[in-house]
Design a binder for this molecule. Sequence first.
Ligand SMILES: Nc1ncnc2c1ncn2[C@@H]1O[C@H](COP(=O)(O)OP(=O)(O)OP(=O)(O)O)[C@@H](O)[C@H]1O
Ligand SMILES: [Mg+2]
Length: 350
Amino acid sequence: MNDCQHILENLSATVIVLDPNLRVRSVNPAGEMLFQISARQILGQLAADLLPHNASLIRQFGEALQSGHPFTEHGLRVTLADGRDITVDCAVTPVAVNADSELLVEWTPVDRLLRIAREEKMLDQHATSRALIRGLAHEIKNPLGGLRGAAQLLERRLPDAELAEYTRIIIREADRLRGLVDRMIGPNVPLNKRPTNIHQIFEHVRSLVLAEIPEGISVRRDYDPSLPEFPADLDQLIQAILNITRNATQALDGKGAVWLRSRVERQVTIGQKHHRLAVRAEIEDNGPGVPDEIREHIFYPMITGRADGTGLGLSIAQDIIHQHGGMIECVSRPLQTIFRIYLPMEDGNG
Ligand SMILES: Nc1ncnc2c1ncn2[C@@H]1O[C@H](COP(=O)(O)OP(=O)(O)OP(=O)(O)O)[C@@H](O)[C@H]1O
Ligand SMILES: [Mg+2]
C-alpha cells in the first residue's frame, strides 16, 4: 500500500477518485497542482463544482459510474474553474469497492507536448527563412562591391564635374544597401559566452534608448536583484534586447512607458530541453499592441508594420536568443505588449 501511495504521489498525471455521488474522495499532488488547491480543500467537492464549465464530461462520469463501463478520450479540452484551458488524455475507470463503487479519473496533460511540438515547428520555419535570407544577402553583397568600385572609377574620369552628382548617388545607395544586407546576414559570429548579469544588459539598453527617445516616454525598471549571473554573450544579448526595446519605444509614438523586468523562472522546458532555473526577462509597453494582421508572423524576417521598418529586428533578436538555448514569445493587446524571453541559467551547451 505504501509503495502504491508513493507511486501515486510522484505521478505527473493527475489522479482523482470520485465517490458514487461524484464527490472527490482523493486526489494526488499532480492534481492539487493542476487545480491549484490543496487536497484538503478539494476533498468532498462535487466534480461539477471543480469543473463548472464541463457539463458533458460530468454527465459521462455519471454514465460510467452507472454502467460500469470505462472510457478514454484523447486530446480532451477541459476548462478549469479559474478559466484556464488545458488539453488532457483522459481515462475513466469505474472500480467496485466492497458494495460501493468509485470512479478513477486519470488525466495526462498534453499541453506541454503540444507546445513543444509547436515551438519546434516554428523554430524550424524561422531557421529555414533566415538561411534563405542570409543566402540571398550574400548574393547581393558581392556584385554590390563591384558596382561601388566601378562608380568610383567612373567618377575620376568624368569630363564634367557636375556629373559626379550621379556617381555619388550610386555610391551612397550602394552603401545603404550594404548596411541593409549586413543586417540581413546578422551577427554570424560564434557566441562568446561569459558569466553575465541580466541587469547589466538591461541598464546598457536603457541608456542607449534613453538617449534617442522623446521626453514623453519613460523606461522603468522592475528587477529581481537576487538573479544570479548566467552564461551569455553580452554584446549579442544587448543587440537582441535593444531591438525589442526599440520596437516598444517606436510603438509608443512619443508617449507612454516601457518596463524592463527580470525574474527567476523554475522548471522551464525550451525545445526538448528541461531547465531547473531560467532567467525570465520581459520588455513590456503600454502602446497600441502589435497589429493583428502581422501578429502571428512578427518573428519572421522582413515582416514589418512600420513604413520605414525593415522587419529584421525581431528575427535577429530571436536568432540570438535561440543561440543561447533560450526562447522568446510575445503576448500583445492594446495597452499591453509583453516580449518575454527565457534564458537557461546553466550553460545550454552542457
Ligand atoms: N512593442 C510593440 N508594439 C507594437 N508593435 C510591435 C512591437 N514590437 C514589434 N512590433 C511590430 O512588429 C514589427 C516587426 O518588428 P521588427 O523589429 O522585426 O521590424 P521593424 O521594427 O519593422 O524593422 P527593424 O527593426 O528591422 O528596423 C514592427 O514593424 C511592428 O509593427
Ligand atoms: Mg524593430
